[in-house]
Write a new protein. Structure first.
Length: 189
């Protein structure tokens, strides 16, 4: 067999074999999916057409009933670059959700401070959090959204049975769970 044919033959065998050795890209869920309903804190009416976002590319808008769903932020490996777990954890710890709409004070939520059913976010599994009712404070007549500092919420624990989301920054208990079942997993305040 001539040398160039031998190299061609080896190449035909090794290319498919090498493709099997390259790991498939992995998706990492660096933030949970968030859902809820935006309500006016004075009228209790739904607030529509409000932006909820992590970044300019990762955002959603509240619908005609004030409800929203923001999918998880997904970061993927590619075949040339594997993600470092510390880098992914950094994204989660410093991610903030901004809620911004005309006529209302902006709200900023620290994603790492929102209560989870598990002690830590598992970046390999998508997680959904229902924030329940999120109350927005109306701005005074003639006041611009940027005239007032945003309302920052560092932590949101699960609501105790006697608490109202209108009075306390908390999220409703997951369906089928009691406060006692979820209370060990409260965020550190």
């Amino acid at each position: 067999m001539k040398p160039y044919k031998l190299f061609a033959f080896i190449g035909v065998l090794t290319v498919p074999l090498s493709a099997c050795l390259i790991p498939e890209p992995t998706d990492y869920y660096v933030t949970p999916a968030l859902s809820g309903q935006l309500l006016d804190s004075e009228t209790q009416q739904p607030v529509t057409d409000v932006s909820i976002y992590l970044t300019d590319e990762h955002q959603t808008t509240s619908d005609s009933t004030g409800k929203f769903t923001l999918p998880p932020m997904v970061v993927s490996d590619d075949k040339r670059h594997r993600r470092d777990r510390e880098q992914l954890q950094f994204i989660y710890e410093y991610a903030d959700i901004m809620i911004e709409g005309d006529g209302y004070q902006r709200r900023l939520f620290n994603v790492d401070g929102i209560a989870l059913l598990t002690p830590a976010l598992d970046i390999n599994t998508p997680v959904s959090i229902n924030m329940g009712s999120v109350y927005l404070t109306p701005l005074a007549e003639g006041e611009h959204v940027y005239d007032r500092v945003y309302q920052y919420t560092k932590t949101m624990r699960y609501c105790k049975p006697t608490e109202s989301q209108k009075e306390v920054n908390c999220i409703p208990l997951p369906e089928g769970k009691t406060y006692k079942q979820v209370s060990p997993n409260q965020p550190v305040e």
